[in-house]
Structures are given as C-alpha cells and as structure tokens.
Design a protein. Structure first.
Length: 317
C-alpha cells in the first residue's frame, strides 16, 4: 500500500443525510420530512461539529418531490446563512443551476456551495443524467464559468470511479480520464472533488489500487482537496475502506446518519456518520466532532423519520 505522509491529519466529514435520504421520500410523506425538521437536523449536525452538509439538490421534483422549489425556498429561509461551515446544494444541469440562483444561494445571498456531479462510466452517466459524459462536461463548463464570475464556491463529484456493474457486466472507469477530470475541475476553480464508489463494488485491493492511482504524483495541497464517498451494503466495510483511504492520504469523507441513501442505478446505502466517527476514534484518528450529539441525533432521526417513512427506490445522485 502506498502511504502518503500528510502533515495535516485532521478529518472532515461531509454529512449527506438530508440530500440522499430526501431524494428518496415520496410525496405522501412530505408532511413528516418537512422543511422544519430538515432544518432542525441541519442545525443539530452543525452543533455536533459537522462542517459540511449536503442540504438538498435542485433536481426535477417529479423524480424527487422533496426537492420542489417551494420546499427548498422554505428550507433556506429557515436555515439562513451559515458561517464557519459549508452548506452544499447539488445541481445536475443548467436548469438546476437556475434554481440555485433563484433561491439566492450565491455569496450575496445565503452563500451556499454549488455541487456538480457526473459519472466516470458512460453507461451510468447516460442512465443517471440522460446524456453523455462529453455533453455533461460541456454543460458544466458553462455553469462553472458563470458561477466563478459570481464568486460561487463549487464542489465536484465523480461517481463510479471504482467501477460500475452495468447491464452487460462490470465496467471499469478509465483512471487516466478520471485524473484528467479532476485536473480539469481544479484548473477551472472547483475547490473539492469527490470520488465515489457508487455501487460498493470495490474490495480492499481495488480500493487501494484506485485511490493510489488518483493520488499518485499529487502534492499534499491537491490531496487535501480530494474526498472519498463509499456506498456499500455494509457500513462497517465502508468504514474500513475509509480508514484505508485515510492511511493513503485522504482526509475528506462522505457519510449519512444511519447509512441511508443510494441511487436509482443500483447503489446501496452510505457508510453511517456515527460508525465512521467511532471508527476514526477507535483508530486514534483526530476528529473534532461530538459523537454524543451525533448519536443523539441518530436516535431522533430514526424515531421521527426512518421508522415513519419507508425506503423507496432511490432517485439519481
């Protein structure tokens, strides 16, 4: 295993509960998963020391009813502008970006961070976003140029970096292209790029190989701008891979309370935020998050939301 000696050992956990779970809530349960409780969860995550939160995504409400613009407007009005933390909103295309702007999420308004996502595997990108990687990146270049002109902070996400189980079998991502996508994002002004094991297809050997190829030749500043997002049917295995990623130099990780989430294209859930924090603590990895507050929040979410809202087939990332 290639271990990169990093001066900075501090971990940043980005919680994706509200965005990933929210995309899977059907219209009949929006009275439970309402703006008020969504904002309460966000505030409690912040109070626990979580510094990055995926709040929602600006996608078609026909796919994800909880992402209707009226709901989103109420959420941002209740939460307001947040200092000393990143509130991230994902958009899949120019139409989603226009919603981001209408909600006044730029620096002159609520100062949230824009998230752009696509897949490293063509079949999955077409299934998830409806067009080719090439066309997606052309659209994103247009969005990035406009967002940068408005001083909007941007995060990038690349799915299926560790491979994808498609209709005809397993498809590997071209890691040379993945590295070129990361370089392109960095060159265009994107701050953080997340690499995702979308379907939890990577074992320890593949995880080590892929992360090693992504980090090889990069300096510490660039490595600190790369995040790891593992999906897996087993939260404990995903945590194990996150600890491996930490040993290799990664310092940013995605997780969700209770490990909920997923994607319509077959992704299992996330690693759970509470398991990940406990895993880091057990391995003496420095982390500045209040575990007791997270466990209390986990109990609240399970009793008030998870036990009342059945999981449905997931919406796109």
């Amino acid at each position: 295993m290639s271990i990169i000696k990093m001066k900075d050992g501090k971990v940043i956990i980005r919680d994706v509960t509200l965005r990933e779970f929210g995309q899977n809530v059907s219209a009949g349960y929006l009275h439970i998963f309402n703006p008020k409780i969504r904002v309460e969860i966000a505030k409690r995550l912040l109070q626990a020391g979580i510094k990055e939160i995926e709040l929602f995504s600006c996608i078609n409400p026909k796919i994800a009813p909880a992402m209707a613009e009226g709901e989103l407007k109420e959420i941002v009005n209740l939460l307001g502008r947040v200092e000393d933390a990143r509130i991230i909103v994902l958009v899949p295309n120019w139409r989603g970006y226009e919603t981001f702007l209408r909600l006044d999420l730029g620096p002159e308004g609520y100062n949230y961070t824009l998230g752009l996502f696509f897949s490293a595997v063509e079949e999955h990108n077409r299934l998830n976003l409806g067009w080719s990687i090439e066309d997606t990146l052309k659209e994103y270049q247009r969005i990035i140029k406009d967002a940068c002109s408005k001083d909007i902070s941007i995060f990038g996400y690349i799915s299926a970096v560790f491979g994808y189980m498609g209709k005809a079998g397993f498809l590997e991502a071209d890691l040379r292209k993945v590295n070129s996508y990361i370089d392109m994002f960095f060159d265009m002004g994107i701050e953080i790029v997340t690499i995702s094991d979308l379907q939890g297809v990577a074992d320890k050997i593949r995880t080590e190989k892929v992360i090693g190829e992504i980090l090889r030749g990069r300096n510490e500043e660039e490595i600190l701008r790369i995040a790891y997002h593992p999906h897996h049917i087993s939260s404990s295995f995903a945590v194990e891979m996150s600890i491996l990623a930490y040993e290799m130099g990664i310092r940013r990780f995605d997780a969700s309370i209770g490990g909920t989430g997923g994607c319509i294209t077959g992704a299992p859930g996330n690693q759970s935020t509470e398991d990940l924090i406990q895993g880091f603590i057990s391995n003496n990895i420095p982390i500045d998050i209040d575990l007791k507050r997270i466990l209390s929040l986990s109990h609240f979410i399970r009793s008030e939301i998870y036990e009342k809202i059945p999981q449905v087939e997931s919406a796109p990332l």
